[in-house]
Design a binder for this molecule. Structure first.
Ligand SMILES: Cc1ncc(COP(=O)(O)O)c(C=O)c1O
Length: 379
């Protein structure tokens, strides 16, 4: 493993919050990073103990706070003054790391989606974080433990990730020194990229390990970080390559020189594998082989949102062919617009070696009516 000794691996539950998947991470010894009460409940069902759950997210409503109050968590990654004030009034002591929105901006060619250093809603600015530390004595129940950051997702190279992490670490060490603060918790977030299109390289774990070792050595030399624990919390890198999204071609057409394959899959099931501008690797599962040609996938929803913005490269498809979009294990089912146009929802199947397990039943229509309250209107 690339992590220096003593560093902790968290799993970002948002990448795939299916309880059976979470159980696997729990059994592997990971801590769960949750960003909602729903994810916290899923993790509890998967058997995570409170001390192995951390809570992130730009918004924590009463629901999240009620769970923190009831069960406790290992750490809350706080993002607003209002949240800190609410935590302080919760009636129990809460460990808090300040999420800091660093002035580190990953260039788009280095990352997929950037969440720091720009006009983004996340975290505290470094100056605000410093001010909070300066005034930390005013809090009664919030225990300031350290810092959290999340640079962005799909960071393609270890060098870019490490550079961002170094900047964060140095800045946090300097803020800590200035305010006589001794962090016990530094979380660098996730963001490790995976290859999508042909020719994309794997995130180089050897280089990552060298970079992390350098980071750990730098931290060890800094007296103010001598008590700190270090964590990273990937989602995509851990889960993306594990999954494939399988769909059946319902028809094909040409429109002004573009080939379309129309499918029963689409953004009603999984938004990201369909819409995000990444060339997800596609595979013909059942159908006639041939020379791959670019084809846009079109789902069943009546919106142009429901077509792939980039083509997949597959042999000319025909109705009845079955295709799979690989790398869909992260941000798949959870990102779908499950109710729009009232289509069926797919099953989720977990494969372990030669064994298959149903971990979510397909729902032809039951999900559509489950929470509706039907007016009788006299008849
Ligand atoms: C706070 C936080 N941690 C971890 C992750 C996981 O990121 P990734 O899947 O890019 O590793 C996310 C994703 O949005 C996040 O917001």
């Amino acid at each position: 493993m690339a992590l220096p000794r003593g560093w902790n691996l968290f799993f970002a539950a948002k990448a795939n919050p299916n309880v059976s998947v979470l159980k696997i991470y729990r059994m592997a010894g990971a801590v769960a990073e949750c960003a909602s009460a729903g994810e916290m409940l899923a993790c509890r069902r998967a058997g995570f103990k409170s001390e192995n759950i951390v809570l992130s997210g730009p918004v924590k409503t009463e629901r999240e706070l009620a769970l923190v109050k009831r069960y406790g968590v290992r750490m809350v990654h706080a993002e607003t003054m209002d949240e800190l004030a609410a935590l302080d009034k919760l009636g129990r002591r809460v460990n808090v790391a300040l999420r800091v929105n660093m002035d580190v901006h990953m260039a788009p060619q280095k990352a997929g989606r950037v969440m720091t250093g720009g006009k983004d809603k996340f975290g505290f600015s470094p100056a605000e974080a410093a001010r909070l530390l300066a005034g930390r004595q005013a809090f009664r129940n919030v225990i300031f433990c350290g810092f959290h950051m999340y640079m962005g997702t799909q960071i393609k190279t270890p060098a870019a990730w490490i550079r961002g992490a170094e900047t964060f670490l140095r800045h946090m060490a300097s803020i800590s020194r200035a305010h006589d603060f001794w962090p016990i918790y530094v979380n660098f977030g996730g963001g490790l990229g995976i290859p999508y299109k042909e020719g994309d390289r794997e995130f180089d774990l050897k280089k990552f390990a060298v970079g992390l070792k350098r980071l750990a050595a730098e931290a060890a030399r800094d007296g103010h970080l001598s008590q700190a624990t270090f964590q990273i919390e990937p989602g995509r890198w851990l889960m993306g390559p594990c999954g494939a999204y399988v769909m059946t071609v319902q028809g094909v057409k040409e429109m002004r020189g573009t080939s379309f394959a129309l499918t029963d899959g689409g953004i009603h099931h999984a938004l990201f594998p369909f819409r995000i501008s990444r060339e997800f690797p596609a595979e013909l599962v059942r159908g006639k082989n041939g020379k791959p040609v670019p084809q846009i996938l079109g789902g069943p929803l009546c919106t142009t949102l429901d077509q792939s913005d980039l083509p997949v490269r597959l042999p000319p498809l025909r109705a009845g062919d079955v295709i799979a979009i690989r790398n869909s294990g992260a941000y798949g089912f959870g990102t779908g617009m499950h109710y729009f146009l009232s289509h069926p929802l797919p099953a989720e199947i977990l494969k372990d070696g030669a064994r298959y397990f149903l971990i979510r039943k397909a729902s032809p229509s039951a999900h559509l009516f489950q929470h509706q309250v039907h007016l009788s209107l006299g008849k």
